[in-house]
Ligand binder design. Structure first.
Ligand code: AMP
Length: 223
């Protein structure tokens, strides 16, 4: 039986770090829509200028584009047993479309975990966050003086959308567009909330336990 996981949370909550780890440990692909868009931006001509401009301003890319990206990605062979989604859905329309895609696949429960972090802590984290300019990996926040990416040796840089003005915009959009997605999922028996203001290791342990418990609660009892 497969497993589908969505990690929700504001920018800077730690979704990327936890999604990569959960996916690796469970043999599932991470589908990070921000990474897919940034990758497309590196190849000239792939991304519509409007989508690029929206991303650089910290606004959301339109639902039709995002739903098409996720639909294509979900049908790739490595996602047959499920996925860990990071950064999608960000609007209620995207969440509704995703329910439709999951219903077509019928491959295991959907577990949704919100990684909760206060706005002050998010702003503090985003101001110091650095990523690799070559492979896109997040830099280790416990090594603030490192200049090179530990997996690939690439140069560590600040994301264009992590500057103070754009961060404020992204957090505002998160509250307006994405908080309603939490309400969309909240009543489901497989919705959980983890305190993201703890160390990454502690978040990881609690998150893993929540995913296992929610997934088994969703399975029909075996005789
Ligand atoms: P992220 O790396 O997840 O913070 O995403 C970076 C940017 O990509 C966001 O600020 C949006 O401009 C765009 N983006 C990523 N995922 C989505 C989505 N599901 N819906 C709309 N825009 C998105």
């Amino acid at each position: 039986m497969g497993l589908n996981v969505i990690l929700m949370g504001a920018p800077g909550a730690g979704k990327g770090t936890q999604a990569g780890r959960v996916a690796k440990e469970r043999g599932l692909p991470t589908i990070a829509t921000g990474d897919i868009l940034r990758e497309a931006m590196r190849t000239p001509g792939v991304m519509a200028p409007e989508a690029r401009a929206r991303m650089e301003r910290g606004e959301l890319v339109d639902d039709d584009t995002m739903i098409a990206i996720v639909r294509d990605r979900l049908w790739r062979p490595d996602a047959v047993q499920g996925f860990v989604l990071d950064g999608f859905p960000r609007t209620v329309s995207q969440a509704e479309a995703l329910d439709g895609l999951i219903a077509e696949r019928n491959n295991g429960p959907l577990v949704v975990v919100d990684i909760e972090v206060s706005p002050d802590e998010l702003i503090r984290r985003l101001a110091v966050r650095r990523v690799c300019g070559t492979c896109g990996a997040n830099a280790n926040p416990e090594e603030p003086t490192a200049t090179a990416c530990s997996p690939c040796g690439g140069r560590l840089v600040q994301r264009v959308d992590d500057n103070e003005h754009v961060v404020t915009e992204r957090l505002k959009i998160y509250v307006q567009a994405t908080r309603p997605v939490l309400e969309y999922y909240r009543a489901r028996p497989t919705f959980r909330v983890v305190n993201g203001a703890q160390t990454p290791d502690l978040v990881a342990r609690q998150l893993d336990a929540m995913i296992d418990e929610a997934a088994s609660a969703a399975q029909p009892a075996r005789k």
